[in-house]
Design a protein around this ligand. Structure first.
Ligand code: SAM
Length: 216
């Protein structure tokens, strides 16, 4: 199979080699053909240790960040997950191999169209994709057992907390546009426990609860 060796090396060196031991995450990353989610001209770099441009000034995240964020959601397999920022669709495809149902939202219609085509091509029929402002979450499908935000938010939108199921986990980069802290919020009834996970740098979350469009 094309790129199978590169993909195995990516998982061994960049993911397992940096301490991610969740077998479901490792298996999903071994299986999902990341090279299909990058622009054809960048295909040979698809398994490299970095984010890559996907057009429209957006990026597919570094493999390690995808693995880290997915592991931080602590999925067991029966969850309903919301992803904000479909981008290339790669993170959603990883989530779809692990969770029961994935809801993913993207504000740029062209990216959403491309991702939807790939989900169909790969037979990932447990993904629901919508073009909208994901800074407000997806209220009509809430509650979610896990929410992952793959764009940088100035703070934690209240909507995400409200749409989290009891015991649910939210993973989100929070901070300025030059750099953020990845946070995990766990809901316990009406209480929310927040942990700081690691420093990161994402493209901005643009929308009502994120950054204004004209700033970008
Ligand atoms: N998860 C993606 C992947 O696997 O390729 C990477 C996402 S990229 C770093 C961030 C994405 O968030 C971009 O595609 C951007 O258009 C999208 N985005 C930014 N603000 C958004 C919003 N309010 N609602 C939905 N998507 C948003």
């Amino acid at each position: 199979m094309r790129y199978a060796i590169a993909r195995k090396k990516m998982v061994e060196r960049q993911i397992r080699g940096r301490g991610i031991t969740d077998q479901k995450v490792l298996k999903a990353m071994l299986e999902v053909p990341r090279h299909l989610f990058v622009e054809p001209a960048l295909e040979s770099q698809a398994y490299s240790d970095s984010p890559l441009p996907i057009g429209y000034r957006q990026t597919i995240s570094q493999p390690y960040m995808v693995g880290y964020m997915t592991a931080a959601l602590e999925l067991q397999g029966d969850e309903k997950v919301l992803e904000v920022g479909t981008g290339s669709g790669y993170q959603a495809a990883i989530l779809a191999r692990i969770a029961r149902k994935v809801y993913t939202v993207e504000r740029i219609p062209e990216l959403a169209r491309r991702a939807r085509r790939l989900f169909d091509q790969l037979g990932l029929n447990n993904i629901n994709l919508k073009v909208c402002d994901g800074s407000l979450g997806w209220a009509s499908e809430a509650p979610f057992d896990a929410i992952v935000v793959t764009a940088a938010s100035p703070d934690i939108p209240e909507e995400y907390l409200q749409q989290l199921a009891d015991g649910g986990r939210l993973v989100i980069p929070v901070g300025g546009q030059e750099g953020q802290l990845l946070k995990r919020v766990t809901r316990r009834g009406d209480h929310f426990e927040t942990e700081n996970l690691l420093g990161c740098r994402f493209v901005p979350l643009i929308g009502e609860r994120g950054w204004a469009d004209d700033e970008n």
